[in-house]
Each structure stands twice: as C-alpha cells, then as structure tokens.
Design a protein around this ligand. Structure first.
Ligand code: KG4
Ligand code: ZN
Length: 344
C-alpha cells in the first residue's frame, strides 16, 4: 500500500511517500520525503504570518509531490491512498493540504485520510531503526503543545498532563525573542547556551513539585526579562541567560517525564515534537534512563520537527484498517488527541 503524506499545518510544507507493505521493518517503508521550510519568509515578522503560510503552501505542495514521485520512480497512479494533516494547526494552512490531498484522491479514485498532526509526531519514532515497544509514555514537545501521553496502542492515547499556559517550544521562542535571536528560537537559544553558564541566573521551575503532571512555562519569559534588565548588559549575560532558560525548561520536562514513568510503571519513553531535537534535553533524558533503568527513544532529527513522513506513516496505519469513502472533508484548527478513533 503506497501512501502519499502531505503536511501543511504551520510553516513547513512536507511531502512523503510511504510503503505500508514494508512492515517487516517500518523504517524501510519510507521511500522518499521532501520539505520546504518557510522560516526565512516569516523571519522578518518575528513569527508565522498565517496568510503568507497558506499562500506559500499552495505554491509548494505539488512541486514537492512531483519531487518525491520522481525520486522513487513511481507515478501518482501507483498510489493507494493519500494522508493529509487535518489538524490541529492554522486553519488556512491546513485547508491547502486538505484540498490538494482530497482533490488528488478524488481524481485518482483512491481514499484520502485526515491525520492528527500530533499523532504524526507521536508515531514518528516508529520510523526509526530502533522503534519503541508499546505501551510507551510520550513527551510531546512542540511549538504549540507540551503534553505527557500514555500510548497504549497505535490510535489509543490518554493524556496524563499538559501545559496550563505556554508550550515548551513557545518558551524557547519567547526567550529567543528577548535575547534578540530571531525566529524560530529553539535552535538559536540552544546554540548560544553552549557558551553560557546555566548557574549564573536562577530561573524559576514552575510546577516542578506539583502533584500532577502539568507544566507551566509562561513565567519563564518574565523571569528572563527581569534578569536581563538587572544584568550589567555584558555580552556574556545573553549566553548565560540562554543556558539558564534551557536548563530550566529541560529540568521541568525531564522531572515530569520521570514522574509519568513512575506513576504508570511503563519503562519506555518517547520524545517527539520540535523541542525533542534539543540536545541538552536528549542528554538529560538519556542520563536519567541509564540511572532509572528505562529506555528512551527519539525520532531522527529530521523527523522531530514538522515533516511529511510522519503524516504518511500515521495515515498508512489508519488506511490499513479503515477505507474512508466519504469525499467531503473539513479541517480542525483545534483537536484533542483523545477524540481520535482507535485504529485497532
Ligand atoms: O514540532 P514543531 O516543528 O512544530 C510544531 O508543531 O509546533 O516544533 C517547533 C518548535 C519551535 O518552538 C522551535 O523553537 C522548537 O520546536 N525547536 C527547538 C529545537 N528545534 C526546534 N527547541 C529547542 N531546541 C531545539 N534544538
Ligand atoms: Zn509539529
């Protein structure tokens, strides 16, 4: 079963081709994937401009489809299904992928399936050569979400905790903005942090010891701003603040992940979403895994941030079980993972 995946929920246009019959090794099923990042287009505005994002997706999707087809020597007539991101995300951006995906599927007489963007992120580690075993705990950390989930099976998720305000990625992005590092902030803060001392500034770790598995990151921005105003304005202060902010975010994410493993007794942890690319988070969780005796899995770096491969894969998992016949479609800017139909 050959599935084309289309991701257009935010500022990356991702397209991929996945062969669901290569299930002896899931990672072998990914035949080709291509990505166009809009980062440089949005950079001058300091964040994603939704209307510009939608218009750029329109320009990019079909050339990327042609590219993945050409790379694999397949024709669109070889396709058995099309998966597109149905939500959550920017409504206009989602509509581009949904419209093109459904139009192609209708023209080819094959099914189209709408994929939950976060399910794509959650399942992306299954594309690696060392996939996690089910059930696992997932720390989902992206620009818009920070959640701890119990993944009982593919399609069966329960929310253990989430942020009550900003997402971890947002905390990185806002810190970057304050430090004049531009957008998107995560990688820039992380790079600058390598030259800083994380102990010079004491930043808060809200809800670290709360009895639940929820997070709060909105206070960090204020704390960084206050520290910046009080510091003598030396260049080193910027690097030290980047290091302190990164340490605070990583500390909270790691502590809550450990608490989730403890309370459920599950010993497999998966880290997914853009912030999962953060090397200090990876180092910390790998160290904790060694100490506490659990396994931790990360998607390949290229599949941590938004991409078409995770959508093609999650869509293929759904299309193997269900054959959607309805040709009407909609997108969902907001959509809870727990509302998904179980696959098995
Ligand atoms: O999953 P993603 O690509 O898009 C969303 O669905 O939101 O995540 C984007 C987020 C941004 O906030 C970005 O700053 C953050 O992931 N990010 C990072 C790193 N790479 C991306 N944060 C920290 N360290 C990184 N290396
Ligand atoms: Zn994402």
């Amino acid at each position: 079963m050959l599935v084309l995946g289309i991701e257009t929920s935010c500022d990356d246009t991702g397209v991929a081709l996945y062969d669901a019959d290569a299930l002896h090794r899931r990672s072998a099923g990914l035949l080709s994937h291509a990505l166009h990042s809009q980062v440089s287009m949005h950079a001058e505005f300091g964040g994603v401009v939704p209307e510009l994002a939608s218009r750029d997706h329109i320009r990019r999707v079909l050339p990327l489809v042609r590219q993945v087809m050409a790379e694999t020597g397949r024709q669109v007539h070889d396709l058995n299904g099309i998966a597109y991101t149905q939500g959550p995300g920017l409504a206009g951006a989602l509509l581009v992928g949904a419209s093109i995906g459904n139009a192609m599927a209708y023209a080819l007489g094959i099914p189209a399936v709408g994929v939950h963007h976060l399910e794509g992120h959650l399942l992306s580690p299954l594309l690696s050569g060392d996939p996690p075993k089910l059930p696992f705990i997932a720390l989902l950390v992206s620009g818009g979400h920070t959640q701890l989930l119990q993944v009982k099976d593919i399609g069966r998720y329960s929310l253990l905790g989430e942020t009550v305000d900003d997402a971890a990625g947002e905390a990185f992005d806002k810190t970057a903005q304050l430090l004049g590092l531009g957008y998107p902030g995560g990688p820039a803060v992380s790079r600058l942090a390598t030259q800083g001392n994380p102990l010079r500034f004491k930043l808060p770790r809200p809800m670290l010891n709360s009895s639940d598995l929820n997070f709060s990151f909105s206070g960090l921005k204020t704390a960084v701003l206050t520290a910046l105003r009080q510091s003598p304005g030396d260049e080193q202060a910027y690097a030290d603040l980047a290091a302190a902010a990164e340490a605070a975010i990583v500390d909270v994410l790691a502590t809550k992940s450990l608490a989730a493993m403890d309370s459920t007794g599950i010993d497999e942890l998966v880290v997914a979403g853009g912030v999962g690319a953060n090397s200090r988070l990876r180092q910390r969780l790998s160290r904790e895994a060694g100490i506490h005796g659990f396994a931790v899995h990360y998607p390949e770096l290229q599949f941590c941030t938004d991409n078409g491969a995770m959508i093609a894969f999650a869509g293929a998992m759904r299309l193997r079980r269900v054959y959607p016949r309805d040709t009407s479609f909609t997108v969902r800017a907001r959509w809870a993972l727990e509302e998904l139909e179980p696959i098995v």
